[in-house]
Design a protein around this ligand. Structure first.
Ligand SMILES: NC(=O)c1ccc[n+]([C@@H]2O[C@H](COP(=O)([O-])OP(=O)(O)OC[C@H]3O[C@@H](n4cnc5c(N)ncnc54)[C@H](OP(=O)(O)O)[C@@H]3O)[C@@H](O)[C@H]2O)c1
Length: 366
């Protein structure tokens, strides 16, 4: 009788979305599959997403500094190989993680990527790869903007809000009174609504297109104001009709000049305003004369100042998903794997994505 041996081969080459040089057009092409260093995990990426930042990276020439680079912020897939010292996940586990642009191997718009085992989460059985892939960037941007000790370090140099995270008993339902989210149908706004609800705020007032009212309410909004019908200059009066209680927290996920100015106007003295784009109403981390505090979110868990809060988030994440208090964004899956990205980025650039996230299946690349 002859013995049969099966040798398990690791993949050596893969397809990726590559930024060949600063300001160059993205191309889909081959690059090596990386080996996980100690503390890292090689993930076969089944679902990843497109985000506004992927256009910004290419057009503004920021964040990716080594070329060829690979963009991409969110991934869900299967553990292929673990590096030395990794004990929290093993080969075959379904996992989700956030990408990071410091190395091409850590971008997620490719078939295999490296994840830092310190900030990776197992995906609960009830959550699909597509759903899981929508979580990392939007949720991190909401969490890292909304919570954290006032005196803790931040990536942007600006202070945090001082609010306690809602997955800890001390923070869950710990707050009261109204909160406002500008852009509740955006990915970031969708997660901000869920977190503010978990923190105890009520009413939660948001702005969105009328067709996204049910989507925002399912995430925690009590009132949805259609910003096509009520302009941002009219919003403070519309909010005052809903509540006369001081608004102590506003999350502006859109953060255009007019939305920031309105958000600042709605915010009560000593309240917190979180913005997702460069502030125009003050300086991040500084208090205005009336004590209004401004925070520019930096929504990535990997830079060292965000590691503590980011690590805590990833440890809490599977439980939050199982409990259903964090629910993924709605998705649309693009066809043709990585080849579908160009069309998706054009849609994002044109403002033609509403109330959901564009998802890419890298393994479906021809
Ligand atoms: N600082 C950071 O670390 C960080 C991280 C992530 C994102 N961001 C930035 O945050 C912004 C949001 O990102 P995202 O990924 O959440 O975007 P997204 O989901 O792609 O945003 C699309 C949504 O924005 C909503 N929207 C657009 N203009 C609006 C307005 N004037 N008022 C209310 N809603 C409006 C639309 O709502 P309707 O369809 O209902 O009209 C649409 O659903 C982007 O500028 C992004 O670059 C920053």
């Amino acid at each position: 009788m002859s013995a049969s041996f099966s040798i398990e081969m690791s993949p050596t080459d893969q397809q990726a979305l590559i930024l060949p040089a600063k300001f160059a057009e993205y191309v889909v092409g081959p690059r090596p599959v990386p080996k996980p260093a100690p503390g890292f995990v090689l993930v076969k990426i089944e679902s990843t997403t497109l985000n506004p930042i992927d256009n910004v990276i290419q057009k503004a020439g920021i964040f990716i500094a080594e070329f060829p680079g690979v963009p991409g912020s969110e991934a869900a897939g299967t553990v292929e190989e673990v590096g030395e010292g990794v004990t929290n996940v093993k080969k075959g586990d379904r996992v989700m993680y956030q990408g990071w642009w410091t190395a091409a191997d850590r971008g997620t718009l490719q078939q295999y990527g490296l994840a830092d085992a310190a900030r990776i989460a197992k995906i609960p059985d009830t959550i699909s790869f597509d759903e899981a892939a929508t979580v990392p960037l939007g949720l991190a941007t909401a969490v890292l903007g909304l919570y954290g000790k006032r005196d803790s370090l931040t990536v942007t140099g600006g202070g945090r809000t001082g609010l306690t995270v809602p997955w800890e008993p001390a923070g869950r339902g710990a707050y009261s009174g109204p909160a406002v989210v500008i852009g509740g149908a955006s990915s970031v706004g969708h997660y901000a609504l869920q977190l503010l609800k978990l923190s105890g705020y009520s009413p939660i007032i948001t702005t969105a297109s009328g067709h996204n009212e049910a989507y925002c309410k399912a995430a925690g909004a009590t009132h949805v104001i259609d910003y096509h019908k009520v302009s941002y200059s009219e919003l403070p009066a519309a909010v005052a009709q809903i509540t006369t209680t001081a608004v102590s927290v506003v999350y502006d996920a859109i953060a255009l000049d007019d939305t920031q100015k309105t958000a600042w106007q709605i915010l009560a003295p000593r309240g917190n305003l979180v913005v997702t784009r460069p502030p125009v109403v003050g300086k991040s981390g500084e208090d205005a004369e009336d004590g209004k505090h401004l925070v520019l979110a930096f929504g990535n868990v990997h830079p060292p100042p965000n590691n503590e809060l980011g690590g805590a988030l990833y440890r809490a994440l599977p439980g939050l998903l199982v409990e259903g208090v964090v629910t993924p964004t709605a998705v649309e899956v693009l066809q043709s794997g990585l080849a579908g990205i160009h069309g998706g980025l054009v849609r994002i650039g044109g403002g033609n994505v509403s109330g959901m996230k564009l998802v890419v299946h890298p393994q479906e690349t021809a």
